[in-house]
Design a protein around this ligand. Sequence first.
Ligand SMILES: [Zn+2]
Length: 409
Amino acid sequence: MYFCGPTVYQRIHIGNARPFILSMWLRRWLKLSGYQARLVVNVTDINDRIYDAARAQGIGSAELARRATQWYWEDTRALGLGRPDVEPLATETVPEIVTLIGGLKAKGLAYESGGDVYFRVARFPEYGRLSGARLEDMVAQEPGGRKEDARDFALWKANKPHEDTWWPSPWGRGRPGWHIECSAMAEKHLGPGFDIHGGGLDLRFPHHENEIAQSRGAGQQFARLWIHNGLLELRAEKMSKSVGNVVSLRTALTSWGREAILVFFLNAHYRSPIEFSDSAMEVARVQAADFRAATRVAEARPSAFTWDSFRAALDDDFDTPRALAILHDWRASGQLELLGRGLDVFGLGLDIDGVEAPPDLHQLAEARQAARQRRDFGEADRLRNELDRLGWEVQDVAGGGFRLIRKAR
Ligand SMILES: [Zn+2]
């Protein structure tokens, strides 16, 4: 799987967390389903926006990209979902990018113009098939006078005076265009054909359309399936860094915690837009707290849902709202084994605040267990009361074990 990662020039916003979370959940689910899964999520550390932001702050663009990459790693790590298998940087992939562009040029699919290299869209008849983009949209991307055809897009851009980084190439010094970076990184780490390509719906055109043109134009099979996540909306307006209505992932982590963020995204199908608001986050926070407290449900009763019901929901285009409803049913009915197993798929869990009973309390609970086994219920009750006095509740679980739960204060 290849998922398009962030362009690094500031802390990522909460909307950028969605494809990251989706990719990590999906990899986990595929592995649990018996597939081998390898996930590549790139970092776009060469881009116009990085040059612009660095200039505005009076620092070097490479320095800004390096810092913002650290922020991205820090913030996504705090989601507690682990890391993708490979996280390549565009700056590490320039030789492969140059080779790929050279190949397209040799096939007549690209041409040089004033130190830039452009993709010749007219020579790639499949263009527009993924997105159904109309001709007027194609004309709107990358206006400029150096192109043969208004639809063409840049593969390589000649260095401009205000750009403080550049790389050598057969077309002079410059730097890659954004789209070709992903084509080269996907091929380098997954080969010429792979299964799933993901990213936000806003990337379908032109970014993904251009990736297809480049990679398939170069003779590769490229991605067999596409997954586009719906965008995060704030007051019904798409959240993007350029709009300015930004809540960073860092801010959301500080305000609501990782579990609330994960539950918030579980609430919507990945293909749907999702509305971010304080009240939506509050609802998610309460749901996450309910899951954590599920161990306090006194006694298990039967649930209509089995593990197969949960699996069917996720196997059906990763229907997380349906899976979440099943988790809530397991919680309400005290089906803790199923609940723990289901929450774990999404990086959630029971007792997630890490409160573990001290060893001496464990000894008391074990002594109570032994008393019950020899049918000394008087002693078992005495030990239960002793634990209760110390602020812990002991619960019996299927298979003869027990669980110690700290009581609410
Ligand atoms: Zn990409």
